[in-house]
Design a protein around this ligand. Structure first.
Ligand SMILES: NC(=O)C1=CN([C@@H]2O[C@H](COP(=O)(O)OP(=O)(O)OC[C@H]3O[C@@H](n4cnc5c(N)ncnc54)[C@H](OP(=O)(O)O)[C@@H]3O)[C@@H](O)[C@H]2O)C=CC1
Ligand SMILES: C[C@H]1O[C@H](OP(=O)(O)OP(=O)(O)OC[C@H]2O[C@@H](n3cnc4c(=O)[nH]c(N)nc43)[C@H](O)[C@@H]2O)[C@@H](O)[C@@H](O)C1=O
Length: 314
């Protein structure tokens, strides 16, 4: 679909759903820096699972665009433990926000999915075309199916109403504003906290989950936010767009890097009773880089900056 209007007008009014989170806060920073007006609503004031309240809010403020970065999000243990909430909360949020945006006449919407939507054993690097070509990773199947439903919902609004709504599939993200709770977080913030606390307590061994052999790709959330800005202003296609840095490493290598950054000199132990998850999920980011975006924050520098940020939170 082509549009004579700019995909994101200058000084646009953009509702960032999930503005307090890792992604939402970074996207809000980037859009503000780009001269847009960021509209926000905290969960206490607007539970985005409530379709009526969400629809009323969107009709009241009538933003030029919506970034849907609100979701029930967590690492492998949280996903394995609470599939009902990961499925139902995310479906409800997507139905409320995407449906409410269209009902309010919002012209532009960016939905954030996740790399976990792809088959457990997809050929690597994973192209967007791999979607629905094989069984999902069991530890996050509920979450992945909710996200796949969001992709199809966006595509359906494009097909049926010609809506300029798009989807992006980020790889594992990290940075300021991340979740550092050891039970619900993703691996990178968990490693930062575990090593910092072990050093502070003089412990000489830290036990990590799984075997350490799975490979993961990590992108700093400020690079993610830059990609979201590029997509909002320059992409209007039916297909989702992967967002990643194009390199991956083993969890063991990641742990060694985080240990070095945090100054932990002890031993690593591996609890193989805990799940490894999918063996690898490196994204093919050709579609995005063809739009002129590239990552700028290297992993070690990004980890060091995130560690500094976390310590400053006290
Ligand atoms: N982190 C990652 O590694 C990756 C994340 N993504 C995607 O990016 C998006 C954001 O993730 P991330 O920033 O990491 O997650 P966070 O948990 O950091 O942030 C999620 C945000 O959503 C808000 N939220 C959750 N439920 C509701 C609700 N019912 N009503 C209103 N607000 C709600 C939270 O509000 P509150 O602060 O009040 O809890 C929070 O601000 C998600 O769609 C996720 O799937 C994709 C790939 C990787
Ligand atoms: C973004 C992505 O994130 C999730 O998928 P994931 O990448 O597997 O999640 P993770 O970051 O929690 O784990 C990565 C690896 O790391 C190992 N690992 C070691 N020690 C710890 C540890 O202490 N905590 C955690 N969380 N993992 C650990 C862990 O065993 C696993 O092998 C999806 O649920 C879904 O939410 C999604 O889309």
């Amino acid at each position: 679909m082509t549009s004579s209007l700019p995909l994101l007008p200058p000084n646009a009014r953009v509702f960032v759903a999930g503005h307090r989170g890792l992604v939402g806060s970074a996207v809000a920073r980037r859009l503000t820096a780009d001269g847009h007006e960021v509209l926000t609503r905290g969960r206490a004031d607007l539970d985005l699972r409530d379709a009526a309240a969400t629809g009323a809010y969107l009709k009241d403020v009538r933003p030029d665009a919506v970034v849907l970065a609100a979701a029930k999000v967590g690492g492998i243990m949280a996903n394995s433990t609470y599939p009902v909430q990961f499925l139902e909360d995310n479906l409800k949020i997507q139905l409320s926000v995407i449906g409410g945006a269209h009902a309010a006449g919002v012209g532009r919407l960016l939905f954030l999915g996740s790399s976990c939507i792809y088959p457990k054993l997809a050929p690597q690097p994973i192209s967007e075309d791999a979607l629905l070509t094989g069984p999902l990773e069991p530890t996050n199947e509920a979450y992945a199916l909710a996200k796949i439903a969001g992709i199809v919902q966006v595509q359906s609004y494009r097909k049926q109403y010609g809506a300029s709504y798009i989807s992006a599939m980020p790889t594992n993200l990290y940075g300021p504003g991340d979740n550092f709770d050891l039970e619900s977080s993703h691996v990178l913030p968990a490693l930062i906290r575990r090593f910092h606390e072990a050093s502070a307590e003089g412990r000489e061994e830290v036990t990590l989950w799984g075997s350490g052999t799975p490979r993961r790709e990590f992108l700093h959330v400020d690079d993610l936010a830059a990609a979201c800005a590029v997509l909002l202003g320059g992409y209007d296609g039916d297909e989702p767009v992967n967002i990643g840095c194009g390199e991956d490493l083993t969890i063991k290598a990641l742990a060694e890097t985080v240990a070095e950054v945090t100054g932990f000199r002890g031993r690593l132990a591996w609890d193989t009773s805990k799940p490894d998850g999918t063996p690898r999920k490196l994204l093919d980011v050709t579609r995005l880089t063809s739009l002129g975006w590239k990552p700028e924050i290297g992993l070690r520098d990004g980890i060091a900056a995130t560690y500094r940020w976390w310590r400053e939170q006290g």
